[in-house]
Ligand binder design. Structure first.
Ligand code: SF4
Length: 321
């Protein structure tokens, strides 16, 4: 594994080989994966990788098994498409809507449920499309909460984000703005004072941070989270239960303790969606339930997220029981 973190985000099989994160013999197969699914490993993420099968590498380094789609895997496992009244909006629940201003992310997670659509070139709503999406929210008074997701909304420039938060803040019937992001742990340097200032709003505001392993809370990530906390932004945590990454009581305990130390309240532990080529990460629900039960006696209730899964056909999240 590399002695030094790479200077910039790695996006190809050859760059992963050059950085010491992939054996040269694996490059042709990984290049095939890259033709279908985006790759990005930030310097911050690369610096945490200690071995090819460690919990950080597994999340970001492509594997040829991604080209094998299991019979029960589907392209749009959360069924966003049928719930899209205008481009960029997903309206599944009466009082909430997702707004996806772009589909780029700091890293591309190998288990992502939107892996068929996320990528560095895709999905930035045009000015007109974003106007139409905001007009739809403004004209739908039942919407009380907007969840900015993507992609990763913190990949927008501070200026663009500030404009977007201001537009949402001006919609009278909105109570809550929420942003889902991986940036504070995957690319903490993006959390500048300007970016934090761009999130200022008179509405209730929550930032939901996606992290799956305690080691993602490295010093730079902790500092980025501290900047958000200092601005008075409440932080929630969301994680995905992943084979090889966090599928043990100890790994989950360490993860949720690391979140709480960083003032991130564990909110959701997601059961893995059945996106194509993700079978190697799958943990059965019975095992997930047993892990959650084992945690109950070991850690504070504050450290226990809700273990949830998506119902088929876009029915939304339900507790795993
Ligand atoms: S950051 Fe989120 S949306 Fe982007 S690849 Fe990872 S899981 Fe998917």
């Amino acid at each position: 594994m590399p002695d030094d973190a790479p200077a910039r985000t790695l996006r190809t099989a050859d760059e992963l080989v050059a950085a010491g994160l992939l054996p040269a013999s694996a490059a042709p197969a990984v290049a095939e994966v890259a033709a279908r699914y985006s790759i990005a490993v930030t310097p911050a993420a690369a610096s945490l990788i200690e071995s090819p099968d460690d919990p950080i590498a597994l999340q970001y380094i492509p594997d040829p098994a991604e080209l094998l789609t299991a019979p029960d895997e589907i392209e749009d496992p959360t069924a966003d498409a049928p719930f899209t009244p205008v481009k960029g909006i997903v309206h599944r629940y009466p009082d909430r809507a997702l707004l996806k201003p772009l589909l780029a992310c700091p890293v591309y997670c190998r288990f992502c449920f939107r892996r068929e659509v996320v990528g560095p070139d895709g999905g930035l709503l045009t000015e007109a499309e974003l106007d139409a999406a905001l007009a739809w929210i403004a004209a739908t008074p039942a919407i009380r909460e907007v969840i900015l997701t993507g992609g990763d909304p913190l990949m927008l420039s501070a200026r663009r984000l500030s404009w977007l938060v201001a537009r949402l803040s001006a919609i009278p019937h909105l109570d809550i703005i929420r942003i889902h992001t991986r940036v504070p742990v995957a690319d903490p340097g993006r959390v500048t004072e300007a970016l934090v200032a761009a999130l200022a709003t008179g509405k209730a505001f929550f930032l939901c941070v996606h992290a799956n392993h305690a080691r993602e809370f490295a010093p730079a990530a902790q500092a980025a989270l501290a900047r958000l906390v200092a601005a008075g932004i409440p932080l929630l945590g969301q994680s995905v239960l992943l084979r090889g990454v966090n599928d043990s009581t100890q790994a989950l305990e360490d993860l949720f303790r690391a979140m709480l130390r960083a003032r991130v309240k564990p909110y959701y532990l997601h059961h893995l969606d059945k996106a194509p080529g993700t079978a190697r990460f799958r943990v059965p629900e019975t095992e997930g339930l047993a892990l959650m039960a084992a945690l109950r006696g070991r850690i504070s209730g504050l450290a226990q997220p809700a273990y949830v899964t998506e119902t088929p056909g876009g029915g939304g999240k339900v507790l795993v029981r």
